[in-house]
Ligand binder design. Structure first.
Ligand code: ZN
Length: 114
């Protein structure tokens, strides 16, 4: 039994090594496709200021804990939750997300340099 499992594992490792580039590309494309769907589900614009440039939009965790969840589920896992209808998230642009973090003391206010 163990020998069979060991063989399967070796075959999987060989497959991943042989197809490394293709797997990375597929994972990247999957992540992009999921992000696009998740952004659409969340309304495709910052709920604070209304900017709709997808390049600056970020998924915000309404109740915090985003870093912890990103480490455990990864971005694709979070996007899948959003697509399935979770109401734990909102879309903010990078500026509004930073302002929210400063106001809720998640990060300290940046020092003014001038
Ligand atoms: Zn905004």
């Amino acid at each position: 039994m163990y020998a069979v499992y060991k063989d399967q594992l070796k075959n999987q490792q060989r497959f991943r090594q042989k197809n490394h580039e293709r797997i990375l590309l597929t994972e990247k494309e999957t992540r992009k496709r999921l992000r696009k769907k998740a952004v659409a589900v969340l309304g495709s614009k910052c709920i604070w200021c209304g900017i709709d440039n997808v390049l600056v939009l970020q998924v915000d965790h309404l109740n915090g804990g985003g870093n912890r969840e990103r480490q455990s589920l990864g971005s694709p896992g979070i996007y899948r939750k959003i697509i399935r209808g979770s109401n734990e998230y909102q879309l903010l642009c990078a500026n509004c997300n930073l302002l929210k973090k400063i106001r809720s003391n998640e990060v300290s206010s940046p020092r003014r340099k001038y």
